[in-house]
Design a protein around this ligand. Structure first.
Ligand SMILES: Nc1ncnc2c1ncn2[C@@H]1O[C@H](COP(=O)(O)OP(=O)(O)OP(=O)(O)O)[C@@H](O)[C@H]1O
Length: 227
């Protein structure tokens, strides 16, 4: 089965927020993330992790340098591109998500049980006060999964989950990346060692720069601001 895969590249990226022009936040960042790689970004509070994601999402443009995202179809791009009928299937898939897919995404995010127990179940209209912090995160993860993105960004996405729910999601993230049908690029920002374990690479940020790249967080995690 063909799917989109995403590559990310930051070349000499520097940035400050418009409201604080004298305070550089990112300084000459250079890195790339290949398709299907799982990369964790760690660092002390204020080191620029979320700002990096803001630039990736194009919420802000860099002051200098370039942020590029390339999404490619793999593995049979030409065959797929030339088929108009398949194009329609993609459009249909985007707009017609069936009940089984919704349920499976909710089960994936460990949300099915509590959603089913709400008085209106999956038809519940959610307001700010209805769900706990952890439940909101599980719904957000289910929504992200159902979109089947080429690039999945988890910025403190499991911080409000209890240890059991978090380890369940971490395990599934781990198996999801091994499944050739669901491969995707994943960026994880988290402070918990358990969330970061499935990363191929860990980038350590400090004062707007990448000061270290590790291939595992199990090595000497005491100075990575993770628990
Ligand atoms: N919208 C904004 N306007 C001005 N400054 C901002 C804005 N958002 C963040 N900052 C500043 O940018 C710096 C980096 O913040 P950022 O949120 O990227 O850090 P972080 O590493 O993600 O921190 P945390 O781990 O606490 O979430 C901080 O000094 C913060 O005060």
């Amino acid at each position: 089965m063909q799917r989109l895969t995403g590559c990310i590249q930051f070349v000499n990226v520097s940035f400050h927020y418009p409201s604080r022009k004298m305070v550089p936040i990112l300084k000459n960042l250079n890195f790339s993330i290949t398709a299907n790689e799982v990369v964790a970004i760690v660092g002390v509070s204020g080191s620029g992790k979320s700002t990096l994601i803001n630039l990736l999402l194009r919420l802000y443009e860099p002051i200098s340098g370039e942020v590029s995202i390339k999404c490619i179809l793999s593995p049979d791009f030409n065959q797929w591109k030339s088929s108009e009928r398949d194009g329609h299937q993609v459009a249909e898939r985007k707009y017609w998500i069936c009940w089984a897919e919704i349920k499976s995404a909710a089960m994936f995010a460990n949300a099915h049980e509590f959603v089913s127990s709400l008085p209106s179940g999956y038809d519940t209209i959610i307001d700010d006060n209805l769900l706990s912090g952890g439940q909101k995160q599980r719904v957000a993860i289910a929504r992200a999964v159902i979109r089947d993105p080429a690039i999945l960004i988890l910025d403190e996405a499991t911080s409000a989950l209890d240890a059991e729910s978090e380890s369940y999601i971490t395990e599934i993230l781990h198996s999801m990346r091994k499944d050739s049908k669901t491969q995707r690029t994943i960026i994880i920002i988290a402070h918990r060692l358990s969330t970061l374990k499935s990363a191929d690479r860990v980038m350590v940020m400090d004062k707007g720069q990448i000061i270290e790249v590790r291939h595992s967080v199990t090595q000497n995690p005491s100075n990575l601001n993770i628990v």
